[in-house]
Design a protein around this ligand. Structure first.
Ligand SMILES: [Mn+2]
Length: 338
């Protein structure tokens, strides 16, 4: 039965619930659709596959959905072949488990196939003023959604297996930048240690997630580096990607992730911005910030979201216009922080 009381009560609906309530809700479901944000990263895919592993062990039928099930860098994770595209959704699910995204509008085409009347359960760690969900745990103190999913296993008293451990390790390792970002906590390390006890090879995962790259990605990286501009006494860095870059280098959109970190790592840089012009005339922006700059203060006015250190948005304007608008706001924020 769907819990209409929670759905119709805005006061209750804004609160996080205990994971025990979420496990009970999952157990009672007859069919679960698992969804995550577009351009899925390691946390999105890892959390999704680990949650599917958990639901299977609980005996709850589930389906993982992605707008494009193969266009991400984590197809080597166990279970990833079971991810289907929106048009392959098998039957109308009575529960939607939304992971690593606070709202349905982050799902791309998957949003269109999900029934409006299914119970929506959201597990996420992004900062959001108005998250969706009939029932949710949205808590930015978690370094990765994978950490929340790991706790779900414990609450459900389902033991981790090697496959779930690998998915969860990748989720936590990638969202903490290899346990280096400010979001990394003792909990992140404790969970990672448990995953290693379940057979995860930390060195192999590091190489795979952080170091290895295709020659196409290397070529794309060279272009982004050569276009990097430094403004405001090297406190602001930005670079650009054009649709022709992907065609000419053979790199995929997933290869662009995190290349803007290269700008942020330069001494003195407080904020680095990558502008990516899309073929439809819109512009994606990715922001990485040092601790003294809040990326959300730059991104939220443009309708984006994320974290204080890493955030993004898509602007309905061409690259040059987006660049002028965003750099203008970034400059003002830097002036006020002086
Ligand atoms: Mn995440």
């Amino acid at each position: 039965m769907r819990n209409k009381t929670i759905k119709n009560n805005p006061i209750q609906a804004t609160k996080n619930v205990d994971l025990r309530e979420i496990v009970a809700k999952l157990r009672a479901a007859s069919s679960v659709a698992i969804a995550t944000h577009v351009s899925p990263d390691g946390d999105a895919v890892g959390s999704m596959l680990a949650a599917a592993n958990l639901l299977q062990k609980m005996g709850v039928p589930c389906t993982c959905l992605l707008e494009n099930p193969t266009a991400h860098a984590y197809s080597w994770l166990p279970g990833s072949k079971s991810i289907v595209s929106p048009n392959e959704i098998p039957a109308y699910p009575d529960l939607i488990l939304l992971l690593d995204a606070p709202r349905r509008d982050r799902l791309g085409l998957v949003q269109d196939v999900l029934p409006q009347d299914a119970t929506l359960v959201v597990l996420d760690h992004h900062v959001d003023d108005n998250p969706d969900g009939d029932m949710r745990l949205v808590d930015a103190s978690y370094a990765a959604t994978g950490e929340i999913v790991a706790e779900l296993f414990d609450v459900a008293r389902v033991p981790l297996d090697a496959e779930a451990a690998l998915c969860l390790y990748v989720a936590i390792a990638t969202d903490t930048g290899g346990f280096r970002y400010a979001s990394t906590t003792a909990r992140s390390h404790r969970l990672a240690a448990r995953m290693i006890e379940h057979g995860v090879n930390a060195a192999e995962i590091s190489q795979r997630c952080f170091d290895a790259m295709s020659q196409a990605k290397f070529s794309l990286m060279a272009r982004i580096l050569s276009r990097m501009q430094f403004l405001e006494n090297t406190r602001l860095a930005y670079s650009e990607v054009y649709p022709s870059d992907l065609e000419e280098t053979g790199a995929g959109a997933e290869d662009i992730n995190n290349l803007i970190n290269l700008g942020r790592n330069v001494e003195g840089v407080q904020v680095a911005i990558l502008f990516r012009g899309l073929p439809d005339g819109t512009t994606k922006i990715s922001v990485r910030a040092a601790p003294e700059f809040n990326a959300l203060r730059l991104i939220v006015p443009f309708g984006g979201g994320g974290h204080v250190g890493a955030a993004g948005a898509t602007l309905a304007m061409p690259l040059e216009q987006a660049r002028d608008a965003v750099l203008d706001v970034a400059r003002r924020l830097l002036e006020n922080s002086r």
